[in-house]
Write a protein that binds this ligand. Structure first.
Ligand SMILES: C[S@@+](CC[C@H](N)C(=O)[O-])C[C@H]1O[C@@H](n2cnc3c(N)ncnc32)[C@H](O)[C@@H]1O
Length: 231
């Protein structure tokens, strides 16, 4: 962690708590509702959330949902795949969406395939049945370390079933976590709509310490349908 004093780039209060974007030397930090959400010291696992999921998606014209935006690394990595036709990002904090549109998130390019929505990802999922080839969820520090208690439902059986329902048959759901989550993978294995469940453990070195982050993946049952890339 840098000793430099943070420089605030933005601060906004919203219904879901305060969000602060700040820079400490070369590092950009995001604080949500008083809880450290992330920085960009090591974004390998945020990027892996996109690359590991897209590696399991066939075809072109892919439509991807990313929830939430954070510093934009998962969304930017998704856009870097030329097979992706559309990236919808559901982000709870309107200020963060505004800062992204103002170009304050260094990782996130301006791209016509990118659609930023100020929305709770759970509501967005419910409104888009069968819409996506991939759904990438990184809205907390994982099921065991929630930024918002309201997100707890996302990781239970009804929430995961709802996330799978937003996928086309053969589409892939991925959930990022700051700790291994074998119980989440087990829950996915118990769902009739899920197949090919995997639990990836991703070692990261930070500030001289070793951490294991994780991604749980599942494919929606059924044969993959050709993607049209339309909306
Ligand atoms: C850890 S950050 C995401 C990091 C992101 N993967 C990246 O690459 O920068 C979590 C984000 O999820 C947002 N969030 C939390 N709960 C949400 C929800 N229910 N719906 C949409 N966004 C949510 C937070 O405001 C925050 O921007």
């Amino acid at each position: 962690m840098s000793d430099e004093e943070p420089v605030e780039l933005g601060r906004a209060a919203a219904a879901h708590g305060e969000v602060v974007l700040r820079r400490r030397g070369a590092v950009t930090e995001l604080i949500v509702d008083g809880v450290f959400a992330m920085d960009d010291v090591d974004t390998s696992t945020e990027r892996a959330l996109a690359t590991e999921t897209l590696a399991r998606c066939a075809g072109t014209g892919l439509r991807v949902l990313v929830g939430g935006l954070g510093l934009g690394w998962t969304a930017a990595t998704t856009l870097a795949d030329p097979r992706v036709a559309q990236v919808d990002v559901a982000e709870l904090q309107p200020a963060l969406v505004g800062w992204a549109r103002d170009g304050l998130l260094p990782a996130l390019p301006a791209d016509p395939r990118l659609r930023l929505h100020t929305a709770d990802v759970a509501a967005h999922l419910a409104d888009h049945p069968g819409a996506y080839d991939a759904v990438l969820l990184d809205v907390d520090n994982g099921p065991g370390f929630l930024v918002h208690q309201r997100n707890a439902g996302l990781y239970g059986t009804p929430g995961l079933t709802g996330a799978l329902a937003a996928l086309r048959p053969g589409g892939v759901l991925a959930v990022w976590a700051s700790d291994p989550v074998p119980e989440l993978a087990d829950r996915l294995r118990g769902l009739p709509d899920a197949t090919d469940v995997e639990h990836l453990v991703l070692p990261v070195q930070r500030d001289g310490r070793a951490f294991d982050y994780a991604i749980a993946l599942a494919r929606r049952t059924g044969d993959a349908q050709p993607s049209t890339g339309g909306s």
